[in-house]
Design a protein around this ligand. Structure first.
Ligand code: AMP
Ligand code: ZN
Length: 140
């Protein structure tokens, strides 16, 4: 299934050009139009799913397999020293294109481009980690 108004569906259908790196029956990888670092790549399923959590496991695995290969190539060919592999789910998490995609971002120099920092949030008070773990467990 494709969505008429989805830019990544248009890329998957060849209606919008992209700098493709990889393509098979189910997955395409292409350069992000806005290069956070040199070689910043997006990996998407050809079929439309809104995000990672909404993607069937089999398709998600295929996308993640390609993301791993792209990351390996960025280190091997581009000389990257590290790679960030990430996907945003919904606008609260920074997702701007609502078609599942994985960012594969080669890293050459620490802190160049962006930095993901997991800071402890001082506004979260009275948290019981055992109770929280139990709560999430119940949703599995
Ligand atoms: P996100 O913010 O995680 O949804 O990422 C969406 C990404 O898609 C951004 O990094 C954009 O630069 C990128 N993007 C949007 N339109 C295009 C396009 N036509 N070709 C390549 N990348 C695109
Ligand atoms: Zn789409």
């Amino acid at each position: 299934m494709h969505k008429d108004d989805c830019i990544f569906c248009k890329i998957a259908l060849g209606k919008v050009p992209a700098h493709k790196i990889y393509e098979d029956d189910d997955v395409i990888a292409f350069l992000d139009i806005s290069q956070t670092t040199k070689g910043h790549t997006l990996v998407i399923p050809k079929e439309h799913f809104d995000n990672y959590l909404a993607t069937p496991q089999e398709v998600m695995h295929k996308v993640m397999d390609v993301a791993q290969h792209i990351g390996q190539a960025q280190i091997y060919v581009l000389g990257a020293k590290g790679v960030n592999i990430l996907t945003n789910v919904n606008k609260e998490a920074g997702q701007s294109v609502m078609h599942f995609h994985v960012h594969v971002i080669p890293r050459y120099i620490s802190k160049e481009g962006f930095r993901i920092e997991m800071k402890e949030n001082p506004n979260i008070k009275d948290l019981s980690l055992p109770a929280l773990a139990e709560q999430i467990k119940k949703g599995l």
